[in-house]
Design a protein around this ligand. Structure first.
Ligand SMILES: [Fe+2]
Ligand SMILES: [Fe+2]
Length: 281
């Protein structure tokens, strides 16, 4: 079972750039191509928020066109750049979102349970989990304790050291989320977006993982007074492989690169060559 996670597409109206610089619609096009190139094909795609830059209907319409080219289902939670009702309208056909209220959901894909939590605070950049959303998570975990579970929300519940993003992390409900996760050992990952970088930390005793953006990345600047800036470092996404032994997560590049080239060992290789004459590094 393979689950691809993309994040922070920040789709703009056709022809517009994000922040006057980032060609997010083009970046998203490349991301779709990268997903379609994957062999074996992921069972589904999950999206950890900021699907659009401003939550406009025309942005979601463009995104629907892109997602329609994916042969697998897409499950998404909103970020601070999304708006609930346009988001709900755009993805209503998927059938996984509730008809009203928070955009929180649970879906089962074979042995895996995916719980999407809505951490959006309308009109704010930071995130929060309401008591109702936390109760939803608790119930979703209690009813299928044997299923390896991915919990996804946009706002990370831990501080990354990138100050201007940390002030906009999950500010309410983080301690409660941590306690719930700690009580349910089947939670294999807490998956986030928002920070536009590949970042991991332990949270509630589990791996909490922030996906890179498929578009621009937040500058890696750990000075306390770091300005709020982005860079056009290579974009990426996460690929979660769920096996009987647990979940293994790969960080994958979106851009095409030369290769693959076989590891043909030179005669003076100091290790012990396997009989086939080629081995992993
Ligand atoms: Fe974002
Ligand atoms: Fe965000």
């Amino acid at each position: 079972m393979l689950i691809a996670q993309i994040s922070d597409l920040h789709i703009r109206p056709r022809g517009a750039l994000a922040y006057g610089v980032s060609e997010t619609n083009l970046f998203a096009e490349h991301a779709i191509h990268a997903l379609l190139r994957l062999v074996p094909r992921p069972d589904c795609v999950i999206v950890s928020g900021d699907l659009t830059d401003c939550g406009l209907d025309e942005e979601y319409a463009l995104l629907r066109e892109l997602f329609a080219r994916l042969p697998m289902p897409v499950f998404a939670v909103p970020g601070n750049h999304d708006r609930r009702e346009p988001f709900r309208r755009a993805f209503a056909e998927g059938g996984y979102l509730p008809p009203e209220g928070d955009l929180t959901f649970v879906v089962d894909r074979g042995p895996v349970r995916i719980v999407g939590l809505d951490s959006l605070v309308a009109g704010q950049s930071h995130g929060a989990l309401t008591p109702g959303t936390l109760d939803f998570l608790e119930a979703a975990l209690a009813t299928r304790p044997e299923a390896p579970t991915l919990v996804m929300l946009h706002h990370p519940p831990f501080a990354t050291g990138i100050g201007h993003m940390d002030t906009a992390r999950l500010l309410d409900g983080a301690a409660e989320l941590e306690a719930i996760v700690a009580r349910h050992p089947q939670v294999a990952r807490i998956l986030c977006g928002h920070v536009h970088r590949s970042i991991q930390a332990v949270f509630g005793g589990r791996i909490c993982q922030i996906a890179p953006s498929v578009a621009h990345q937040v500058a890696l600047d750990l000075r306390p007074d770091a300005p709020s800036c982005f860079v056009l470092e290579p974009p990426g996404f996460l690929l979660h492989a769920v096996t009987g032994g647990g979940v293994v997560t790969h960080t994958a590049a979106i851009d095409r690169a030369p290769g693959p080239f076989p590891f043909v060992l030179p005669a003076d290789y100091p290790g012990k060559a396997r009989p086939a004459g080629a081995m992993t590094p």
